[in-house]
Design a protein around this ligand. Structure first.
Ligand code: MIC
Ligand code: SF4
Length: 646
């Protein structure tokens, strides 16, 4: 049967199930990646499994999120990660070596392979033809232990690219165009596959920008073919041997085909506070800009920084605009340092930042009160920048540099300068000394555990009846940044009781305290939510910390994929309203009851919420595979794994 790229890779990795969209399948994972903010939990869970050496072809542990080190916590965690990697067969990319997705693309990704990463932007690897998926740390730990990864067999949507981008328009504008079409809601269970003649006009870094920010669509992943351009990129990384051709069969079928003429794409920006709230640079032009930040895993490649450097060369940034630049990797930084482009950026007045996530996750560079900040990153959720009143716009490096020069939002096509032509080098600068291979004598490695590292709490089995209170009621598109803020709170990632103090901090500062009191009093906490609950990050802390606070069920209009899986892994029931209108009737603090849970789950029957405060009932649905039901019945993934090991 004719196949698209997605099904070719899934087929060659299929371990359980059939390739029928909507059904649960299990696939073999070739490579894993973790980053430090999700990694400590993932490795603690991996250690708990008792597997001496990872069973994947390659596992890499990156340090790129928590590098601010405003206290001992981050450095302690780094040391833990380094030693645990050395002991268990994992490569360790040290702080300073770059952002996980950028470095993985440069040094490790391979066309046709599967990659599971404990970070939602893992689909960046789709830029070189990988099926690269973001997941919670526990799922990644299981994959490192040799277990399969379970997912819903996706529908595949093709984006058929034709034509060529016009000057001053780049890959970021392409993905913003697609976000305008598909939005951040309603794409769960889909993979976007790119094809068409336009593909060959895009370099690997450009393709990676598109697959990276595909995460904001809420799709499982996005993938490009692997062609001669991919081969040239890998050759320039001295990895031509890792190349493999990958293309869809001529008569491959898709759920839907979306046509996109690259020549029709114009400079766009995502306006506050959602990546799908799109405006054109033309219509936004003239808005005063206080801060411009270039970097993040979306737009920090050699290509992107060379564009910025060429635009700034011989010019000065606007005196009212603060301008920060964070190159995506040490490779990028070293190359622009050697060829002089870094000097052009510095001379223009830029502040050079570490090759890390930094500003993107709100770890430093919080803008001033009410500021307009133009960023090349992928998420502009409210308060993520560290300043609640800031208005963050997401843009291409071209549009960002234009704003830095003029001090206002500027359509880069209106600048009085020629469009810089950037070609990728025949050979990148390659020096991997910041990537430490695993120890040859693992038995001699002692794992370092600083006081910041606590054991992950175990989930309790589900009760027969959830009897409690609506501890919070939230609206649509509540992101994991709302549930479990990052930024200055990031350093508590390895300390669940402490980190749990900040659950829903921005929405209801007393949530954590109240929820914990309910738990102590034996009252179950229930969360009521609107559509697309849990958008954004893969952080399983958005499930672990609520679990720790005694949240037993989340009832939403709909869930995002990674977050729903994390809730199940940590024994929290993800339920949806059979009639969405019932959402309106339930109030915060209402006394609620859901009974007969075990029995209903075992039989696959509907559940009902009885609201004791208003006397109304709401029918509840769930979309769980038998395996997921068993995980919930066991009280989470760790309990389930232990039970099955016996
Ligand atoms: C993010 O962009 O929100 C993060 C920080 O990279 C997260 C992971 C995390 O919360 O640690 C992600 O996207 O998964
Ligand atoms: Fe890091 Fe930002 Fe990318 Fe997340 S989105 S991995 S915080 S650079």
């Amino acid at each position: 049967m004719a196949k698209n790229i997605v099904y070719k890779i899934l087929k060659s990795h299929l371990m359980e199930g059939k390739l029928e969209p909507g059904t649960e399948i299990a696939i073999r994972i070739d490579q894993t990646l973790t980053q430090d903010a999700t990694g400590t939990m993932a490795y603690l869970q991996f250690e708990a499994m008792g597997v001496p050496k990872v069973k994947t072809e390659l596992s890499v542990s990156y340090v790129d999120h928590n590098t601010l080190q405003d206290g001992f916590e981050n450095a302690d965690d780094h040391r833990y990660l380094q030693t645990v990697a050395a002991k268990h067969g994992i490569f360790y990319s040290r702080a300073g070596n770059g952002i996980c997705h950028q470095v993985h693309l440069e040094r490790f990704g391979k066309p046709g392979k599967t990659l599971l990463g404990s970070d939602s932007h893992t689909p960046t690897g789709g830029g070189i033809g990988m099926i690269a998926i973001g997941a919670g740390g526990l799922d990644v730990a299981v994959a490192m232990g040799g277990g399969p990864f379970y997912l819903t067999c996706p529908k595949v949507v093709k984006v058929n690219l034709s034509g060529k981008l016009k000057p001053w328009v780049s890959a970021k504008d392409v993905i913003l165009t697609i976000l305008r079409m598909l939005t951040t809601k309603g794409n769960v269970g889909t993979v976007v596959e790119y094809g068409g003649d336009g593909v060959k006009t895009l370099s690997v870094p450009e393709r990676a920008t598109i697959t990276n920010m595909g995460a904001e669509l809420g799709v499982t992943t996005s993938v490009f073919p692997s062609d001669e351009i991919t081969r040239t990129f890998l050759k320039a990384q001295r990895r031509e041997g890792d190349w493999a051709a990958l293309a869809a069969d001529a008569d491959a079928t898709y759920e839907k085909v979306i046509e996109l003429d690259l020549a029709s794409v114009e400079p766009l920006m995502a306006k506050p506070h959602s990546p799908d709230n799109i405006g054109t640079a033309t219509e936004l032009a003239g808005t005063k800009v206080d801060q411009v930040m270039v970097g993040s895993c979306t737009n920090s490649s050699y290509r992107d920084l060379m564009i910025v450097a060429s635009m700034l060369k011989g010019r000065r940034i606007n005196p009212d605009t603060s301008f920060g630049v964070a190159p995506g990797s040490r490779q990028v930084l070293e190359m622009i340092a050697k060829n002089g482009a870094l000097a052009d950026i510095v001379s223009a007045g830029a502040r050079i930042l570490e090759s890390t996530c930094g500003f993107c996750i709100g770890s430093g560079q919080a803008p001033r009160t009410d500021a307009v900040s133009i960023r090349t990153s992928n998420r502009n959720f409210e308060a993520r920048s560290g300043t609640k009143s800031a208005k963050v716009y997401l843009a291409s490096p071209e549009s960002a540099a234009a704003a830095a020069l003029t001090g206002v939002i500027t359509d880069p096509r209106t600048l009085d300068m020629p469009y810089p032509e950037i070609s990728l080098p025949a050979e990148f600068w390659i020096e991997d000394s910041m990537i430490l291979p695993p120890s040859k004598e693992p038995q001699a490695v002692t794992i370092y555990r600083g006081p910041n590292i606590g054991a992950p709490p175990a989930a309790e089995p589900l009760p027969e009846t959830i009897k409690g209170v609506v501890a919070i009621k939230v609206g649509d598109k509540v992101t994991t940044d709302h549930i479990m803020p990052a930024g200055s709170r990031l350093k508590y990632r390895s300390n669940i009781p402490k980190y749990a103090e900040f659950v829903f901090e921005g929405l209801d500062a007393s949530f954590s305290k109240n929820a914990l009191e309910n738990k102590k009093a034996g009252v179950h906490n229930v969360v009521i939510a609107g559509a697309s609950y849990g958008q954004g990050s893969s952080r399983e802390h958005a499930a672990i910390c609520p679990m720790y606070l005694g949240v037993r069920a989340v009832i939403a209009k709909s869930f995002e994929r990674i977050h729903a899986a994390n809730l199940i892994n940590f024994g929290i029931l993800p339920l949806t309203f059979a009639n969405e209108a019932d959402y309106d009737a339930i109030g915060a603090n209402d006394r609620v009851e859901i009974s007969g849970i075990m029995d209903a789950l075992r039989k696959g029957e509907e559940l009902a919420l009885s609201d004791k405060t208003n006397g109304k009932n709401a029918a509840l649905k769930y979309s769980l595979s038998t395996r997921q039901r068993d995980i919930l019945l066991a009280g989470g993934m760790l309990n389930y794994t232990k039970m099955n090991a016996k």
